[in-house]
Design a protein around this ligand. Structure first.
Ligand SMILES: [Zn+2]
Length: 152
Protein backbone atom coordinates (compact mmCIF):
# COMPACT_ATOMS: atom_id res chain seq x y z
CA UNK A 1 0.00 0.00 0.00
CA UNK A 2 1.29 3.43 -0.92
CA UNK A 3 1.72 5.98 1.82
CA UNK A 4 -0.52 8.99 1.46
CA UNK A 5 1.08 12.37 0.80
CA UNK A 6 0.00 13.50 4.24
CA UNK A 7 1.75 10.61 5.96
CA UNK A 8 4.90 11.39 3.99
CA UNK A 9 4.76 15.03 5.13
CA UNK A 10 4.16 14.02 8.75
CA UNK A 11 6.99 11.49 8.64
CA UNK A 12 9.28 14.22 7.30
CA UNK A 13 8.29 16.56 10.15
CA UNK A 14 9.17 13.79 12.60
CA UNK A 15 12.77 13.50 11.48
CA UNK A 16 15.53 14.73 13.83
CA UNK A 17 16.14 18.47 13.68
CA UNK A 18 12.78 19.36 12.18
CA UNK A 19 10.45 20.03 15.11
CA UNK A 20 12.45 18.32 17.85
CA UNK A 21 16.24 17.80 17.89
CA UNK A 22 15.91 14.06 18.33
CA UNK A 23 12.83 13.65 16.20
CA UNK A 24 9.87 11.47 17.05
CA UNK A 25 10.66 8.14 15.45
CA UNK A 26 13.89 7.06 17.17
CA UNK A 27 15.53 4.22 15.29
CA UNK A 28 12.23 2.54 14.56
CA UNK A 29 12.45 0.88 11.15
CA UNK A 30 8.65 0.73 10.81
CA UNK A 31 6.50 3.22 8.95
CA UNK A 32 4.49 5.75 10.91
CA UNK A 33 1.30 3.90 9.98
CA UNK A 34 2.75 0.61 11.25
CA UNK A 35 3.91 2.18 14.53
CA UNK A 36 0.48 3.68 15.11
CA UNK A 37 -1.33 0.45 14.21
CA UNK A 38 0.81 -1.51 16.68
CA UNK A 39 0.11 0.99 19.46
CA UNK A 40 -3.59 0.95 18.64
CA UNK A 41 -3.48 -2.83 19.06
CA UNK A 42 -1.56 -2.49 22.35
CA UNK A 43 -4.15 -0.04 23.69
CA UNK A 44 -6.98 -2.33 22.58
CA UNK A 45 -5.33 -5.26 24.36
CA UNK A 46 -5.35 -3.44 27.69
CA UNK A 47 -8.94 -2.35 27.14
CA UNK A 48 -8.32 1.39 27.05
CA UNK A 49 -8.61 4.25 24.58
CA UNK A 50 -5.99 6.85 23.73
CA UNK A 51 -8.36 9.48 25.07
CA UNK A 52 -8.66 7.73 28.44
CA UNK A 53 -4.88 7.56 28.70
CA UNK A 54 -4.50 11.25 27.77
CA UNK A 55 -7.19 12.27 30.25
CA UNK A 56 -5.32 10.54 33.07
CA UNK A 57 -2.04 12.21 32.00
CA UNK A 58 -3.83 15.58 32.16
CA UNK A 59 -5.07 14.83 35.69
CA UNK A 60 -1.51 14.22 36.86
CA UNK A 61 -0.17 17.27 35.02
CA UNK A 62 -2.83 19.56 36.45
CA UNK A 63 -2.29 18.24 39.98
CA UNK A 64 1.50 18.55 39.62
CA UNK A 65 1.41 22.07 38.23
CA UNK A 66 0.11 23.37 41.56
CA UNK A 67 3.50 22.62 43.15
CA UNK A 68 5.39 25.00 40.81
CA UNK A 69 8.36 22.70 40.10
CA UNK A 70 8.43 20.80 43.39
CA UNK A 71 7.28 17.26 44.04
CA UNK A 72 3.70 17.02 45.19
CA UNK A 73 2.07 13.93 46.64
CA UNK A 74 -1.02 12.60 44.98
CA UNK A 75 -2.81 10.08 47.15
CA UNK A 76 -2.90 7.19 47.41
CA UNK A 77 0.50 6.36 45.94
CA UNK A 78 2.10 8.92 43.65
CA UNK A 79 4.26 11.96 43.60
CA UNK A 80 4.42 14.28 40.63
CA UNK A 81 6.75 17.03 39.50
CA UNK A 82 6.16 19.37 36.60
CA UNK A 83 9.21 21.14 35.15
CA UNK A 84 8.76 23.90 32.67
CA UNK A 85 11.47 24.37 30.07
CA UNK A 86 11.79 27.33 27.80
CA UNK A 87 10.37 26.89 24.34
CA UNK A 88 7.43 25.35 22.63
CA UNK A 89 6.92 22.58 20.12
CA UNK A 90 4.68 22.19 17.12
CA UNK A 91 2.54 19.13 16.57
CA UNK A 92 4.24 17.11 13.79
CA UNK A 93 0.81 16.14 12.47
CA UNK A 94 0.35 19.75 11.40
CA UNK A 95 -2.24 20.91 13.92
CA UNK A 96 -2.21 24.60 14.73
CA UNK A 97 -0.87 25.68 18.10
CA UNK A 98 2.27 25.25 20.13
CA UNK A 99 2.84 22.91 23.04
CA UNK A 100 4.97 24.00 25.98
CA UNK A 101 8.07 21.90 26.68
CA UNK A 102 6.77 20.97 30.08
CA UNK A 103 8.01 17.68 31.47
CA UNK A 104 5.75 15.84 33.85
CA UNK A 105 7.28 13.09 35.98
CA UNK A 106 4.99 10.75 37.85
CA UNK A 107 6.51 8.38 40.39
CA UNK A 108 4.77 5.48 42.05
CA UNK A 109 5.99 5.80 45.65
CA UNK A 110 5.10 2.20 46.47
CA UNK A 111 7.31 0.52 43.89
CA UNK A 112 9.58 3.33 42.69
CA UNK A 113 8.54 3.14 39.03
CA UNK A 114 8.26 6.44 37.23
CA UNK A 115 7.37 7.83 33.89
CA UNK A 116 8.06 11.20 32.26
CA UNK A 117 6.01 12.80 29.52
CA UNK A 118 5.35 16.22 28.07
CA UNK A 119 2.38 18.32 27.08
CA UNK A 120 3.06 17.39 23.48
CA UNK A 121 2.85 13.69 24.42
CA UNK A 122 -0.56 14.26 25.93
CA UNK A 123 -1.70 15.84 22.68
CA UNK A 124 -0.04 13.24 20.45
CA UNK A 125 -1.62 10.40 22.40
CA UNK A 126 -5.08 11.87 22.95
CA UNK A 127 -5.53 13.33 19.49
CA UNK A 128 -3.44 11.06 17.29
CA UNK A 129 -2.84 7.82 19.20
CA UNK A 130 0.90 8.35 18.67
CA UNK A 131 3.41 7.31 21.36
CA UNK A 132 6.60 7.95 19.29
CA UNK A 133 8.86 5.41 17.64
CA UNK A 134 10.82 2.73 19.44
CA UNK A 135 14.34 3.70 20.41
CA UNK A 136 13.14 7.29 20.75
CA UNK A 137 14.22 8.69 24.12
CA UNK A 138 10.75 10.09 24.64
CA UNK A 139 8.71 7.09 23.64
CA UNK A 140 6.12 6.16 26.23
CA UNK A 141 4.70 2.64 26.08
CA UNK A 142 0.91 2.53 26.36
CA UNK A 143 1.03 -0.45 28.74
CA UNK A 144 3.58 1.30 30.95
CA UNK A 145 1.48 4.46 31.11
CA UNK A 146 -1.52 2.35 32.08
CA UNK A 147 0.48 0.58 34.77
CA UNK A 148 2.29 3.51 36.36
CA UNK A 149 -0.71 5.86 36.18
CA UNK A 150 -3.13 3.09 37.16
CA UNK A 151 -5.50 3.62 34.26
CA UNK A 152 -8.32 1.13 33.94
ZN1 LIG B 1 -1.69 17.22 16.62
Amino acid sequence: MKLSKKLVAITAAMQPGQIACDGFLGNDPRSLAAIMAADQAAVNRIGLSHRQIARRMIEFRDAGQKACGDWITIPPRWEVRVDSARGKLLCPFGDPGLYPKTSITVRDIQNGTEITFTDLHIHLIGRHGFYEGSGCAFRVEPARLAEVLDIN
